[in-house]
Design a protein around this ligand. Structure first.
Ligand SMILES: Nc1nc2c(ncn2[C@@H]2O[C@H](COP(=O)(O)OP(=O)(O)OP(=O)(O)O)[C@@H](O)[C@H]2O)c(=O)[nH]1
Ligand SMILES: [Mg+2]
Length: 319
């Protein structure tokens, strides 16, 4: 299929084309950039929701339940499960696959797992490109599930309009973990596994922390108690998600964040493309190898050489 055909197929709602384009993105195929470029003007409509939290806290179960609730509210849904430990396509945890199967029977729900190991750009680039394609495809809601371990949490913030942080009743130790990093990124807290002892205590603890948070903005993250196995608390969660989007629209924050993201993305892309362009021209040339040699022998220094190479490149570029 040509690039134009693929673009057309995605825009007219062909699921197989959507899956194929995401595979091209995962494989860092040069065609992916051209497709994304053509799709760009059709994006920016979906509400992107990030779900992060400790392993086993019930994220996938919550996502499945949330999806059912959104479907009941006549919203179409796309789901991306990010598995940082597995390489490329097919890295889905079997459990996720089986649980999400419930929705794959529903033509309106698109489910995709993505591995990130081996990707230069980590979670951010491939996942945000995939989100973009699903957005152009026309899904109202796009949910991105990531395990809450380090970098992926930070990345999900850049990607999502609304970030949900999940936790479960249990030892007070993980409160520390929440304090350390997740606290600031949550728009909504979910304490899942309501049926286990200590659930109410957990809610109280998180609320107490929120009460003393000096950085609290205009949005006070609600803390929702759920039992994802039974679906208890899920309609309230979806209410809060919708309320958060209304908040973003009404305060102008959605627009502001959109501008910030566009700037960030443009600059990242320019950096990436410039560097790649420059290195492709230089690498393997005798001049370049000689310069490296001289730096190693302390005849030249890397600061001066880097500046000269970039200036030379820019001068040639202008001609
Ligand atoms: N008791 C109880 N168990 C739950 C609840 N929600 C989910 N579980 C169970 O917790 C286990 C893990 O659920 P998942 O939804 O796979 O959790 P996850 O956070 O997606 O896990 P990873 O993706 O592996 O990090 C499963 O056995 C679920 O059935 C709940 O509300 N109560
Ligand atoms: Mg999961």
């Amino acid at each position: 299929m040509s690039i134009d055909d693929l673009v057309e197929a995605v825009l007219s709602g062909k699921r197989r084309a959507l899956a194929r384009v995401i595979t091209l993105i995962e494989n860092e195929d040069p065609k992916a950039d051209k497709i994304l470029s053509a799709l760009y003007k059709h994006t920016g409509k979906a509400h992107v929701i990030g779900v992060t939290g400790p392993p086993g806290s019930g994220k996938s179960t919550i996502v499945t339940r949330m999806t059912a609730e959104f479907r009941r509210r006549s919203k179409t849904v796309g789901i991306i499960c990010v598995d940082p430990s597995s390489p490329f396509t097919g890295g889905a945890l079997l459990g996720d696959r089986i649980r999400m199967q419930e929705h794959t029977l529903d033509r309106e729900v698109f489910v995709r797992s993505m591995g990130t190991r081996g990707h230069l750009g980590g979670l951010s680039r491939a996942t945000s490109d995939a989100v973009r394609v699903i957005d152009a495809f026309g899904k109202d809601i796009i949910i991105v599930e990531t395990v809450g371990t380090g970098q992926s949490e930070v990345d999900v913030v850049e990607l999502a309009h609304t970030v949900i942080v999940t936790d479960v009743p249990g030892s007070g130790d993980d409160i520390q973990a929440i304090k350390a990093g997740i606290m600031e990124i949550a728009d909504i807290f979910v304490v899942n596994k309501k049926d286990l002892p200590g659930a109410d205590k957990k809610v109280t603890e998180i609320n107490a922390m929120l009460d003393i948070d000096p950085n609290m903005g205009m949005w006070r993250p609600p803390v929702i108690l759920t039992n994802a196995n039974t679906g208890e608390g899920i309609p309230e969660l979806v209410d809060k998600i919708e309320e958060h989007m209304r908040f973003l629209v009404e305060t102008g924050l959605l627009k502001k964040k959109g501008l910030e993201r566009s700037k960030e993305e443009l600059e990242q892309l320019m950096k990436y493309k410039l560097t790649r362009e420059l290195l492709m021209k230089l690498q393997g040339t005798p001049e370049y190898e000689e310069a490296i040699q001289k730096i190693a022998e302390r005849i030249a220094d890397p600061y001066t050489v880097a500046e000269r190479l970039i200036l030379d490149f820019l001068v040639k570029f202008r001609e």
